[in-house]
Design a protein around this ligand. Structure first.
Ligand code: DCP
Ligand code: CA
Ligand code: CA
Length: 363
C-alpha cells in the first residue's frame, strides 16, 4: 500500500498555551521569552503569537529588538518550559491512542504513518487529520497545522504551508504543482548556508533544485546530502516512521552572533540553546544528572566543562550552573574568544516512577 504520512505542528506553541490559560491575552501581541541574565531585558524571544509576528517579531530575536518593534500593549512573558513540556507529553500520549506508527519530532511536532489506518486513501486521511485537530482543540483548546503527504518531508512542508490552524493535503499527483514554486529554504534540512550556496547557482525554488543532476549536487554537497536533496526536491524522499529509541545524551550547539568573551553576551545565546535542549529532555520525560558546557573558540578548539545537577533541576538552576562553568572557563585564559557554545545533558534517566506532575520543582 502506498504510504500516507500525517505531520502535525502545534501553532505558536508556547505563546498559544499562555493565551489559552489567559484569554484576555488574545488579540494582543504576545511574546514568550527566555530571560538569560541580570538586565531586565536580556534574552531572546522563544515563541511569538501571530499578532506579534505582524510587527516583525520572530523566535530567536533578542527581547530588546522585539520591544522596539512592538506597541505599548504588547505582553512579554517568561517561558514556563516544564509546563509546556507537560502539555506536550499529554498531547503526544493522546496521539498514541490513534494507534498508528508515531514519532515525536520535537516538543510541538509529531509525525504519524496513517497508511494502514486509512487504507491508503487520501480522502480518509483528510478526515483522520480533522479528527486529530478536533481532539487537540477539544482537550487542550489549541490549534495546530497538519500536513498530509506521501512521505514525511512532503507532509512537513504541507503542515508549514498554511499556518495557523491549517490542513493541507498533497497527493502524489499534485507533488510537482505543490513543490515547484516553494523557496528552497522551505525544504526541511536546508538552512541558511545551503540556501546561499544554492542561490550562487541560481537555484531559488524547489522546482529549480529538482532540475539539477545528482552529479552536480554531489559536487556541491557531497554524496549523502546530494541524495537527500535530489529525492526530497522531487517529493520522493521516503522514510519509515517509527518511535525513536530513548536518547543517551542530548546536546545543542549554536554559533554566537559575533566572537566574544563577554559572559552576558554568551549567556544570551547559550540560554536560548539550553532552554531548547531542556524542553526536549522534559518533553521526552527524561532528567539529566550532569550538564556540560561546550565552548568552541575562535582557534576552533572544542573545550568542555561538566558539573553535576540535581535530578529534576529547573531551567534556572541549569542556567546558573552554565554561567559558573562559563565564567571559570574564561578565567583560565584571558585571550580566549568564543565562536560557538553549547550545552550537553548526560546521565539521562526516565522520569517514570514519579507520580507527581509537578516534578520540575523550581530551584
Ligand atoms: N522555540 C524556541 N526558540 C526558537 C524556536 C522555537 O524556544 N528559536 C520553541 C518555542 C516554540 C516551540 O519551540 O513555541 C515550537 O517552535 P516552532 O518553530 O514550531 O514555533 P511556534 O510553534 O512558536 O510557531 P509556529 O506557529 O510557526 O509553529
Ligand atoms: Ca515546530
Ligand atoms: Ca509550532
Amino acid at each position: 500500500m502506498p504510504r500516507i504520512v500525517l505531520f502535525l505542528d502545534l501553532d505558536y506553541f508556547f505563546a498559544q498555551i499562555e493565551e489559552v490559560e489567559n484569554p484576555e491575552l488574545r488579540g494582543k501581541p504576545l511574546c514568550v521569552c527566555v530571560f538569560s541574565g541580570r538586565t531586565s531585558d536580556s534574552g531572546v524571544v522563544s515563541s511569538a503569537n501571530y499578532v506579534a509576528r505582524r510587527f516583525g517579531v520572530k523566535a530567536g530575536m533578542p527581547i530588546k529588538a522585539a520591544k522596539k518593534l512592538l506597541p505599548e500593549e504588547a505582553v512579554i512573558l517568561p517561558v514556563r518550559l516544564e509546563h509546556y513540556a507537560n502539555i506536550s507529553r499529554q498531547i503526544m500520549d493522546n496521539l498514541k491512542k490513534f494507534n498508528t506508527p508515531l514519532r515525536v519530532e520535537s516538543v510541538d511536532e509529531a509525525v504519524m504513518d496513517v497508511t494502514q489506518a486509512v487504507g491508503s486513501d487520501y480522502a480518509k486521511a483528510e478526515e483522520f487529520a480533522k479528527e486529530v485537530k478536533e481532539m487537540i482543540r477539544a482537550n487542550f483548546g489549541l490549534t495546530c497545522s497538519v500536513g498530509i503527504g506521501p512521505n514525511r518531508v512532503v507532509a512537513k512542508m504541507a503542515a508549514d504551508y498554511s499556518k495557523p490552524d491549517g490542513l493541507t493535503v498533497v497527493k502524489p499527483e499534485n507533488l510537482e504543482e505543490f513543490l515547484s514554486d516553494l523557496p528552497v529554504k522551505n525544504l526541511p534540512g536546508i538552512g541558511a548556508k545551503t540556501e546561499s550556496i544554492l542561490a550562487e547557482h541560481q537555484i531559488k525554488t524547489v522546482g529549480d533544485l529538482s532540475r539539477q543532476s545528482l552529479e552536480k549536487l554531489e559536487e556541491l554537497f557531497g554524496p549523502k546530502k546530494a541524495q537527500y536533496l535530489y529525492l526530497a526536491s522531487r517529493g520522493i524522499y521516503d522514510e519509515v516512521i517509527e518511535e525513536r529509541p530513548p536518547p543517551k545524551q542530548l546536546s545543542k550547539i549554536v554559533t554566537l552572533k559575533r566572537n566574544t568573551r563577554e559572559v552576558e553576551e554568551v549567556m544570551e545565546t547559550l540560554a536560548a540553546a539550553a532552554s531548547q535542549a531542556y524542553t526536549r529532555l522534559a518533553s521526552a520525560k527524561f532528567f539529566a544528572s550532569k550538564i556540560g558546557l561546550i565552548a568552541i573558540t575562535t582557534r576552533l578548539e572544542t573545550i568542555t566543562r561538566q558539573a553535576d545537577i540535581r535530578f529534576g533541576a529547573s531551567l534556572d538552576e541549569v542556567l546558573r550552573t552554565l554561567r559558573i562553568l562559563l565564567t571559570k572557563l574564561l578565567e583560565t585564559d584571558e585571550k580566549m574568544m568564543l565562536r560557538r557554545v553549547g550545552v550537553r545533558f548526560t546521565g539521562l534517566k526516565p522520569v517514570s516512577g514519579q507520580t507527581s506532575l509537578n516534578i520540575f520543582s523550581e530551584g
